[in-house]
Structures are given as structure tokens and as C-alpha cells.
Design a binder for this molecule. Structure first.
Ligand SMILES: *[C@@H]1O[C@H](CO)[C@@H](O)[C@H](O)[C@H]1NC(C)=O
Ligand SMILES: *[C@@H]1O[C@H](CO)[C@@H](O)[C@H](O)[C@H]1NC(C)=O
Ligand SMILES: *[C@@H]1O[C@H](CO)[C@@H](O)[C@H](O)[C@H]1NC(C)=O
Ligand SMILES: *[C@@H]1O[C@H](CO)[C@@H](O)[C@H](O)[C@H]1NC(C)=O
Ligand SMILES: [Cu+2]
Length: 361
């Protein structure tokens, strides 16, 4: 779609660039050599199977933590959740949210490419929020429960209750609620959480690293999809005049009954259960498709006006309390624990320059 903007006039820097370290190299990133991140439905059958197989491969690689350090983390895929939990009170509802999750996705994509035989030119797929309606998400190629899906919705829970998002703010439960019983991720075990939303304010319990094994559940929620992930909402997000407004529309600091949910939180609630967990949501692979869509929305918004490229708002602390951590800037460092190197926000501002060369198609 944005092929023209990707064809960079950087041929002249090539001889010089090849002398620089690979990660800093200003290589020529073009539509022809960029990693393609496709909407899940646009993957071929072979590509869907390659993605599913790569996820299972990451779930079979050893944990990078020292034995006993994080007892709930049994493999490298779990490590992605553990690091996300550990940093949750810095990387959400803060100025580092967009940048941190951009690099986080790239780290999983890199493991898939380097250790799991995932096709080099293919990236993590995304879930385009507006592609499916409230009625059809459950029947989509992502969730239809077939061998090329990411598993079904959870089985219906006849006792499902409304969710209280924040005190006094309820949304109805969805059409599932129990274990995912069909498709490649049927009967997957999750071990982290659940953690209460109150831990956003109080901090995690000391035993957060202890395993609590149970089945992967989902509760696809038509109320949320219809109400908050619709085309009008996404158009409004893209029309945001500055980064503070963009972040507020994507993921506001307070959820209100009048609609202050934002597309980011809505996507988590729309899938439900582990995906709704503020801390432990990456346990459901759909997290990565949802966050690829968040990243796609951010990159489109950045591309629309270059003055937005290095604009930031917020601190490195959840809810941006005054005086705890500084307002973020180009030089703010984000960390990734056992998953990867430290990064500055300046280094992750383009998806097609510097350390990244991928595009959303
Ligand atoms: C998942 O578990 C359910 C209930 O135990 C069982 O009926 C079903 O066959 C399992 N599915 C797979 C794919 O293992
Ligand atoms: C952690 O501690 C809480 C409070 O004592 C308890 O309810 C919960 O089951 C514990 N979690 C695990 C995984 O041990
Ligand atoms: C961040 O945005 C808020 C809301 O618009 C604003 O009050 C604040 O001054 C901004 N912070 C910086 C550092 O620009
Ligand atoms: C952030 O970095 C970019 C690219 O190096 C630079 O153009 C921009 O001026 C920097 N912003 C600030 C406020 O220093
Ligand atoms: Cu997150």
C-alpha cells in the first residue's frame, strides 16, 4: 500500500553503510526487501501453517532465565510473557508504550526467523480490527478453530458474568469464556496470573513468578468489537492532531462508561480472559497480532506527517505520575530483560530505516 514511501533514495550511502555494524547500518530498505507483515486472512495456507509452527517452536525453546528464577516460565515463549509482566508498570499507559511494543514484536519475529525456520521475508501477521464485524470475528480465519487458525473462541460459559473494567464500569461477557478446545492452540496451558487490575496501583504480588497452570481461555466479545473497534473509531484515531491525543485515543488512562476504552484496550477485552490480563496478556499468541495492528496504526500515523516521527508524551511510569520518572525523549532507554538489548526511543521511530526493515501490506 505505502510502497512509494518505502523506496528510499539511499543507494548513494551503500558503500559507506556496509562498513558499519549490521544493526546500525543505514541499509537500503525497499518494498522489495522489507519483511512483509500481512493481515492474517491474507496469509496463504502454507504461510499460516508456518506461523503456527514457528509459535510452537518458540514454545519448545528453553527459557533464558536461570533455573528457578521464574518458576512459571518453562520456555522462551513464556519468557516473553515474564518480561512483559516484569516491565508492565513502565511500558503501559506511559510514554514508552508504543516504542517498547514495537521492539518487543521484532524480538519475537527475530527468534522465529533465526531459530524456528520462519520464512525470512514474512513477518508477524496482524489482526486488522475493522476487517471483521462483531458477528464475524469468531468465524474469521484467525479464530474459526480450523488447523490454519490460531485456535477457536473459548467454549461458551453458561455462567459468564459481566466484566467490571474499573469500579462501576461493566461490559457484558462475550460468547465464549471457557477453554479453547479446537484448532492448533487447543488445550494450551498458560501458567502466569491471573493478576487483578488493582495491581496496576499496588504492584504485583510477590508470588507473581509462581505457576498457576490452567487452560487457555477466550471470550470473544461482540459488544466491544462493535462499539470500540469500528471504522469510525479508527478513523478518529488516525485523525489525532498530536501524540498525546493519539495515545489517549488508542489507550486512555481511564476507562469510562461513555466510551473511554480506546482501540488498544478494546482489542484485549474483545478476545478476553488471558488477553484481558494487564500484565500476562502475551500468553495468548493473538496478543502479537493485536499489537502488530497497534504498531501498524502508529506507523501510518507517523508516516502521515514527518513532524510526528520523534514526538513523545508521558514518562516511563504507568499513568505518568509527576516526578517519578522524567518525560520521555529520544534518549530514553527501554529494556527487554533476557529477550534483547537496551534500545533508545530514537532507534525505533522508523519501521523501514536503521534497525528495522519491515512493512505492513
Ligand atoms: C481439548 O480438551 C478437550 C476436553 O478435555 C478434548 O475434548 C479435546 O479433544 C481436546 N482437543 C485437543 C485438540 O487436544
Ligand atoms: C499468590 O498468592 C495469593 C495470595 O496469597 C494466592 O491467592 C495465589 O493463589 C498465589 N498464586 C500462586 C500462583 O501461587
Ligand atoms: C503531554 O500531553 C499532555 C496532554 O495534552 C500535556 O498536558 C503535557 O504537557 C504533555 N507533555 C509534554 C512533555 O509535552
Ligand atoms: C530526535 O532525533 C531525531 C533523529 O535523530 C532528530 O531529528 C530530532 O531533532 C531529535 N529530537 C530532539 C527533540 O532532539
Ligand atoms: Cu503490553
Amino acid at each position: 500500500m505505502k510502497i512509494t514511501s518505502l523506496v528510499l533514495s539511499s543507494l548513494s550511502v551503500l558503500p559507506l553503510a556496509s562498513a558499519l555494524p549490521a544493526t546500525r547500518r543505514q541499509a537500503s530498505c525497499t518494498a522489495a526487501n522489507a519483511i512483509q507483515r500481512k493481515e492474517y486472512s491474507d496469509l496463504t495456507t502454507d504461510e499460516k501453517l508456518a506461523f503456527i509452527s514457528a509459535v510452537k517452536c518458540v514454545q519448545s525453546l528453553p527459557s533464558r532465565f536461570a533455573p528457578g528464577e521464574i518458576p512459571a516460565s518453562e520456555n522462551l515463549f513464556d519468557d516473553f510473557t515474564a518480561v512483559h509482566i516484569d516491565l508492565s508498570l513502565s511500558i503501559h499507559l506511559s510514554g514508552t508504550f508504543l516504542s517498547w511494543h514495537r521492539e518487543y514484536l521484532r524480538l519475537l519475529e527475530t527468534v522465529m526467523h533465526e531459530q524456528c525456520g520462519y520464512p525470512a521475508g514474512l513477518g508477524i501477521p496482524y489482526w486488522q480490527w475493522t476487517k471483521y464485524s462483531a458477528a464475524t470475528l469468531e468465524l474469521s480465519p484467525i479464530f474459526d478453530g480450523s488447523e490454519t487458525s490460531l485456535g477457536s473462541n473459548g467454549s461458551p460459559d453458561p455462567n459468564g458474568k459481566p466484566y467490571e473494567l474499573t469500579p462501576g464500569v461493566f461490559v457484558p461477557h462475550g460468547t465464549g469464556g471457557l477453554c479453547v478446545e479446537r484448532g492448533p492452540f487447543a488445550n494450551t496451558t498458560v501458567r502466569f496470573g491471573p493478576y487483578p487490575n488493582s495491581a496496576i496501583l499496588t504492584g504485583l504480588p510477590a508470588n507473581w513468578t509462581q505457576p498457576n497452570p490452567r487452560c487457555l481461555t477466550r471470550d470473544i466479545n461482540p459488544t466491544i468489537i462493535g462499539g470500540f473497534l469500528n471504522a469510525a473509531r479508527i478513523a478518529q484515531l488516525q485523525a489525532s492532531e498530536n501524540i498525546a491525543v493519539f495515545q489517549e485515543r488508542l489507550t486512555p488512562n481511564t476507562a469510562t462508561a461513555s466510551g473511554g476504552l480506546g482501540a488498544h484496550r478494546s482489542g484485549h477485552i474483545a478476545i478476553g480472559m488471558p488477553m484481558m490480563d494487564f500484565f500476562a496478556s502475551p500468553q495468548d499468541i493473538v496478543f502479537f497480532l493485536h499489537h502488530a495492528e497497534v504498531d501498524r496504526q502508529w506507523s501510518m500515523w507517523q508516516d502521515a506527517d514527518e513532524s510526528r516521527r520523534f514526538s513523545y508524551n508521558g514518562t516511563s511510569t504507568v499513568l505518568n505520575p509527576v516526578g517519578v520518572t522524567p518525560e520521555v525523549s529520544n534518549s530514553t532507554v527501554i529494556t527487554f530483560g533476557v529477550l534483547g538489548d537496551d534500545m533508545t526511543l530514537e532507534e525505533v521511530a522508523y519501521i523501514n530505516q536503521g534497525r528495522y526493515c519491515y512493512q505492513y501490506v
